[in-house]
Write a protein that binds this ligand. Structure first.
Ligand code: GTP
Ligand code: MG
Length: 362
């Protein structure tokens, strides 16, 4: 016969004396509610303008969010920040893995803060769109800069597409500038389309190289050479100095084969060592010279205006693509037609037209 008396069950436990809470419940509640309290866009803007770095970080997180609910809040923050953006210089830095970008940014960034500048370091990393990894994760290479109160380092956002990641970095620039950072450094690796994206958000584009076995120009993408306002050969120290100087001459010769730039600026070449700091200050002098040239011939302002237009169109493209590819009617139809095209049951064009007609409800 089953034991129906719970008190007699073998599983019955006699309640003991409850142990006292190690944390005051009231205090825990108040900490929790403070943490959970999401600041309003207006509060974030207020914090950014007041120089509150936590507010800046939270605003960037909002901008990077893929939650559609955050989109309008993020836009509100960015829009309010726009009118507070101060004068700034945006510098793009690219180079293949291992060339010394992080070490260079550490040395260059420290030099800038020693001159009284406020430096924000951001990144566009195409690999983060696939692996969700991010450059600048290696903050160990920027030990000094990380500790510098006049510097701010933010790893690359991760996201679905390079376009999405790049747009978020573009928006983050606005937040950093409203905060008061007057020098924005954007790092990217020399692979994929990321250079084009970074080039379209900076004033000055710097290509970092190292001296090789002599045939320096091999393997360098023509497009990147054309984008560069300066080519800097890093690791010009020790036994490498002579080779670096030779590489510099060779790059200089190659640069002169390109047609003159609309900016009126002739790209320069230089050598430096991010370790010994030799040549670092001269690179900043070059950038100042570039700013003077392009601001007096107006190119600087025209370029920023056309970059703004570019990002407007990019944002529309990105939005339309997302809307299309995530549309509930399109997702299954796309799979179906992909299969039909693979089987030669439908021509690629007819299959595409079918999907587009469904989307536009023709
Ligand atoms: N001798 C010498 N070594 C350098 C210099 N700059 C960087 N290095 C070394 O080169 C290696 C790569 O440097 P990083 O700064 O990590 O290079 P990176 O371009 O950021 O590399 P990824 O983050 O992998 O794309 C490290 O071991 C650095 O210490 C330099 O000017 N001289
Ligand atoms: Mg690095």
């Amino acid at each position: 016969m089953a034991n129906t008396n719970p008190k007699k069950s073998a599983l019955h436990e006699i309640p003991g004396i409850p142990s006292p809470e190690s944390v005051s419940i009231e205090a825990a509640h108040s900490i929790q509610s403070f943490r959970k309290k999401t600041p309003t866009p207006a509060e974030l803007v207020q914090g950014i303008l007041a120089g509150n770095i936590t507010a800046l970080s939270r605003a960037i997180t909002l901008v990077e969010s893929t939650n559609p609910k955050h989109l309008s809040q993020a836009n509100e923050v960015i829009n309010s920040c726009l009118s507070h953006v101060k004068e700034s210089v945006r510098i793009g830095i690219t180079g293949v893995p291992g060339v010394g970008k992080s070490t260079f940014i550490e040395a260059f960034g420290k030099h800038l803060t020693s001159l009284g500048r406020k430096v924000a370091v951001l990144a566009v990393d195409p690999s983060s769109t696939i692996s969700h990894g991010s450059i600048l994760g290696d903050k160990t290479r920027m030990e000094e800069l990380v500790k510098d109160k006049n510097a701010f380092i933010r790893p690359s956002a991760s996201g679905e597409t390079l376009g999405g990641v790049a747009r978020k970095t573009r928006e983050t620039i606005t937040l950093c500038e409203a905060f008061g950072f007057d020098t924005i450094i954007i790092e990217t690796v020399g692979v994929g389309q990321s250079e084009t994206a970074v080039h379209s958000m900076v004033d000055f584009f710097l290509l970092l190289k190292i001296a090789g076995a002599g045939d320096e120009l091999q393997g360098i993408k023509r497009g990147i050479m054309e984008m560069a306002d300066a080519i800097v050969i890093n690791k010009a120290d020790g036994d490498n100095i002579r080779k670096s100087n030779l590489a510099k001459v060779e790059f200089n010769r190659a640069l002169h084969l390109f047609p003159a730039k609309k900016s009126g600026w002739t790209p320069t070449t230089a050598t430096c060592s991010a370790i010994t700091k030799e040549g670092i200050s001269a690179i900043w002098e070059t950038i100042l010279h570039y700013l003077k040239t392009t601001q007096s011939n107006q190119y600087f302002f025209e370029k920023r205006a056309s970059q703004n237009q570019y990002w407007m169109l990019e944002t529309i493209n990105e939005y339309l693509k997302n809307h299309f590819y995530n549309h509930p009617e399109i997702v299954p139809l796309l799979e179906k037609n992909k299969e039909a095209v693979a089987q030669n049951a439908l021509s690629p064009f007819a299959a595409a037209q079918d999907i587009l007609d469904t989307y536009f409800k023709k």
